[in-house]
Ligand binder design. Structure first.
Ligand code: GLY
Length: 371
């Protein structure tokens, strides 16, 4: 497989996302052009360290680069003030300088926290993302959203801070548990639903083989997803407009994640998939898209063995009004107005605040009563 490159065009902050197999082993050659001296600091978590840190060390050593690493505790709880302090103080103790490179090796937690640590260390040190989950490869490692969580909510403390390079090594996806892979696939299929009907059709044809492990199909799915994200981020880096399209399904998802206590009852990507199905349901109810579209969305998610409905979430859920209240906490609320990403068809999403509460309540009540 040849490595493909997606360029994120942001003027002097532009960078490449390299996608392919064996990138960990070639990390030294990929990163060397960015370095002022042959050493890097790696932020990771204990699980990822056990799986990939030695391959990265060997890949860097091939190019004469030495590394030191900090493995944080795995899990969302690390993405807070304490984890940030640990990371930043360690980088300072390692004497990482303004011209050095910090590598974030891991999934969304490590990428978001590592990126934010790099953003504030000495007022900004360049960083490289090496995402190890599908979700991180197609979404969180690209586009420069870095953050930690606050007790007041998720991702509330952060910065737009673009990486200098992203290395998406397709081989690392084979170490993911099937549930984690499919959760990441929720973000992949989101791209088809929001802006590329052909890609959605391609996923309908190839999704099962891709999930079963076909590396070429995986690389193509990551490339197309990243290309779409890169195009949107280049148009609207700080989410003044179009970038909100990337949040298709997320207003529902954030309410469901809050309702399930951010636990493993519902992974983020699973919530995105269910949220996308609900967004299409709402679009159909409002007469914006064909009645067949939500069924087609659900059919594909089910064919992939994914959660598609509120009925697939174990345990109790609150009623429709409580879920709507939780949606009101979403970061996309402006002047008290909730913003939704709805669709005119598969591949044609748009942002609107114009959603009658009754229609929203009906969609949620119907979904809850099917449980
Ligand atoms: N994950 C959505 C965004 O990067 O804008």
């Amino acid at each position: 497989m040849t490595t493909s490159t997606v360029r994120v065009n942001l003027g002097e902050r532009s960078y490449d996302v390299r996608i392919g197999q064996g990138l960990m082993a070639r990390a030294g050659d990929e990163i060397a052009p960015l370095l002022a001296r042959p050493r890097v600091a790696v932020l990771t978590d204990e699980n990822v360290a056990g799986l990939h840190l030695e391959s990265l060390r060997a890949g860097l050593a091939e190019a004469g680069i030495t590394m030191s690493a900090l493995a944080l505790a795995p899990g969302e709880a690390t993405k807070g003030w304490d984890g940030l302090e640990q990371a930043v103080e360690w980088l300072l103790a390692e004497k990482i300088e303004r011209n050095d490179i910090v590598i974030a090796l891991g999934g969304g937690v490590v990428g978001d926290l590592g990126g934010f640590a790099a953003a504030i260390l000495r007022r900004g040190v360049r960083f490289v993302q090496i995402p190890t989950s599908l979700l991180a490869q197609v979404d969180s490692s690209v586009g420069g959203k870095t953050a930690i969580n606050s007790p007041a909510g998720k991702n509330l403390i952060g910065a737009f801070y673009q990486p200098a390079l992203v290395l998406a090594d397709i081989d690392v996806l084979s170490t993911l548990a099937p549930r984690d892979f499919l959760a990441g696939y929720g973000e992949v299929v989101k791209y088809g639903m929001l802006g590329d009907a052909d890609f959605f059709g391609w996923l309908e044809l190839n999704g099962t083989a891709l999930a079963a492990g076909d590396a070429n199909l995986r690389a193509e799915a990551v490339r197309r997803s990243v290309q779409m994200k890169a195009d949107i981020v280049a148009r609207d880096e700080t989410e003044q407009g179009d970038r909100a399209l990337l949040n298709l399904g997320h207003t529902f998802c954030h309410a469901l994640e809050a309702a399930t206590g951010y636990s493993d009852r519902l992974l983020h990507g699973e919530g995105v998939a269910i949220g996308c199905a609900l967004a299409f349901e709402l679009s159909a109810k409002l007469g914006l898209c064909a009645q067949e579209d939500p069924s087609r969305v659900r059919a594909h998610l089910s064919a992939m063995g994914m959660k598609t409905d509120l009925a697939d979430i174990p345990g109790d859920l609150p009623d429709a009004d409580t879920l709507i209240a939780l949606m009101g906490q979403d970061k996309k609320v402006i002047d008290g107005q909730m913003r939704f990403i709805l669709a005119r068809s598969i591949g044609d999403a748009f942002v609107t605040s114009d959603v009658p509460r009754e229609a929203l309540r009906d969609v949620l009540s119907e979904a809850l009563s099917a449980r």
